[in-house]
Design a protein around this ligand. Structure first.
Ligand code: ZN
Length: 68
């Protein structure tokens, strides 16, 4: 495993969309420990807006959703 310790602690991640991006190592390790997919900022934003749309759609039907 490559470990290039730079001024900022970054790690390269290979996103499902095919992009290779440098992201904060601490944040990525946290995500990995939470069993979350590592993704580039573009995919993250797209996913979040899809989730918001989904939650809005569900709450229109009166089903309470809580995260937590
Ligand atoms: Zn991506």
């Amino acid at each position: 495993m490559l470990d290039n310790a730079g001024p900022r602690s970054l790690m390269k991640i290979y996103c499902a969309c095919g992009k290779i991006v440098d992201l904060d190592r601490k944040e990525m390790n946290l995500k990995k420990s939470l069993k979350k997919d590592l993704e580039c900022p573009a995919c993250r934003n797209a996913r979040i807006s899809r989730e918001i749309d989904f939650l809005n759609g569900v709450s229109d039907k009166g089903i309470p959703i809580e995260e937590g």
